[in-house]
Design a protein around this ligand. Sequence first.
Ligand SMILES: [Mg+2]
Ligand SMILES: [Zn+2]
Length: 180
Amino acid sequence: MKLVILDRDGVINFDSDQFIKSPQEWSPIPGSLEAIASLTQAGFRVVVASNQSGVGRGLFDMATLNAIHAKMHKQVTQAGGRIDAVFFCPHSAESLCQCRKPRTGLFKEIANRLHVDLAGVPAVGDALRDVQAALAVGAKPILVKTGKGLRTLRGGSLPEGVPVYEDLREAANIIISETD
Ligand SMILES: [Mg+2]
Ligand SMILES: [Zn+2]
């Protein structure tokens, strides 16, 4: 099975330091929906692994998060793609959960639920914690410059050898070309 793991905010949709708290605030980065469609049509299963601490902070509730994801699924479907599942951590940054990236719970849940080995599975993110979580489970981290990506690059802590692409469109094209 070909699998790709995507962070959500800053990779698929525009991020906000004020959190994405409503479906109205969720808006796709140009090219990201088409990129997911390309991955789907190339035979990839696409899953999302996302920290959503706004739930734990009480900024929005689960019903709202579900509505945001319903909008995302609808727009991806309309573009000809499919997101198989969204795995998210709803806990606050202060919680000691195992799922908030850079911890590995979300990735391990993906491995368990899909019965896959994550070794070498491309994992696209815009933050250092996305890269760290991917590395910790043996996946293949990829950084995009959208969202917090440029900030992450300038931070200078990106582990050596992590590929950096402009956006999900470029990352998807490379992922597809490398697995043909
Ligand atoms: Mg992000
Ligand atoms: Zn969590």
